[in-house]
Design a protein around this ligand. Structure first.
Ligand code: SF4
Length: 401
């Protein structure tokens, strides 16, 4: 356990469920991050926490999780519909998973109304956003936080759910290391020997579920232990898009410097797939360099000689009706001329239709397309290079671990 605890991060610098994929792909990353944390005196951690707090997607995820909690407990949600609707989608997915659980475990069915806790039965405990730790006599070893767990400690059973509010592709439940780590932690915590684990990601797909039966537990624990052992042993730094994307060390990692990447590129001109991955990695590094410079300039405008933070302004008319009154009613522009200057925001029209007709967004999309008919046209952009299976918008991950 060589990692120094840090004050702001509940993971305290130890390997965690959410970093298990990165550590498995790049075993050396944990030790590198540990040494950077020590040498930055907590500055690296503060910068990360500051970034996450200010991130609109993180705040959205946090609010959705809070509304999700209210709905699961049968409470009236205190958030607006933009937050409550995705939370309701998560609740629908919980109902689906609990239905599956009730076919394999002695757990009560739940129809999505009232408190989940009241429905599942007295033997079951409901906990949310709880961090578990695996410890040894020497101290903490690794941790993980689940979004929701139903546990029956008497029988060693658990239903463990991870709720994603973003659109990033995640590994399906059977091979998902975050879920496997949570299972391992549930085993450490109360001897869980049979569990249903699931990822809820309604923005992307139906729940992805996997069951770990008693015979699966030992191999699962061993695979997580091997990854954690690798983290503490150090080892090779192994850059890849999946590992580096959210790695907090990417600005400082020798394996990921632009020079290193450009050097690699020169030696693999014929391998376009590999070369493109290297380009994506180079983009990651340059984005991180820019983000770091912005952070520094925000704190100290003289910190990066020759550069400043400059806000550019674009003219906008947020109130189209007021503009219509001013130009058509008062200045003689015809309604036709006015509308020729305007563009319909399709996303906005869809969300307005969704709340007007009480539809889910995909239904509102279909309704809008049916209503507009030929008026809705598809325009093609210049083709862009997109890695297969990664075309979806990749939003910042949720607050959970
Ligand atoms: S930036 Fe990439 S290669 Fe470097 S430590 Fe992180 S995951 Fe490993």
């Amino acid at each position: 356990m060589s990692e120094l605890p840090t004050t702001n991060d509940p993971r305290q610098g130890y390997p965690s469920a959410s970093s298990m994929d990165r550590i498995a792909a790049c075993p050396g990353s944990h030790q590198l991050i540990t040494s950077l944390r020590s040498s930055s005196g907590g500055g690296m951690e503060r910068a990360r926490v500051q970034d996450e707090k200010g991130n609109i997607w993180t705040r959205r995820g946090t609010d959705i999780h809070a509304a999700f909690r209210e709905l699961l407990l049968g409470q009236v949600p205190t958030y607006d519909s933009k937050v409550v609707e995705p939370a309701r989608e998560l609740v629908r997915e919980v109902r689906t998973v609990v239905q599956v659980a009730s076919s394999i475990f002695p757990i009560g069915a739940w129809h999505g109304e009232g408190s989940l806790l009241d429905a599942v039965g007295e033997e079951w405990m409901l906990t949310m956003e709880t961090r578990l730790w695996a410890t040894t006599p020497a101290g903490n070893r690794f941790s993980g936080q689940y979004d929701l767990a139903l546990t029956n400690e008497t029988r060693g059973l658990a239903v463990i759910l991870d709720a994603k509010t973003g659109w990033a592709n995640v590994e399906p439940a059977p091979s998902n290391l975050q879920l496997r780590t949570l299972l391992s932690l549930a085993h450490h915590a109360f001897g869980c020997t049979d569990a249903l684990v699931a990822i809820l990601q309604p923005a992307v797909a139906a729940p992805s579920q996997a069951r770990y039966q008693p015979e699966d537990i030992e191999p699962a624990l061993a695979s997580i232990d091997a990854i954690v052992d690798g983290a503490y042993a150090g080892g090779a730094l192994n850059p890849s898009l999946g590992a580096c994307k959210y790695c907090p060390a990417k600005l400082h990692c020798d394996q990921l410097t632009l020079i290193h990447l450009m050097h690699s590129l020169r030696h693999i001109p014929a391998d376009h797939a590999k070369a493109l991955e290297q380009c994506e990695l180079a983009d990651l590094v340059s984005a991180e360099v820019r983000a770091e410079a912005k952070r520094q300039l925000a704190y100290d405008p003289a910190s990066v000689p020759g550069w400043e933070l400059r806000v550019s302004h674009r003219r906008a008319v947020p109130n189209t009706q007021a503009a219509y009154d001013a130009l058509v009613n008062e200045r003689g522009m015809s309604a036709q001329q006015f509308h020729a200057c305007c563009k319909l925001g399709i996303g906005k029209a869809e969300s307005t239709l969704a709340s007007l007709l009480n539809l889910k967004v995909p239904e509102a999309k279909r309704a809008l397309a049916a209503k507009l008919g030929d008026q809705l046209i598809l325009t093609a952009s210049e083709p862009s290079l997109v890695p297969i299976n990664a075309a979806e918008t990749d939003a910042t991950p949720t607050t959970s671990d």
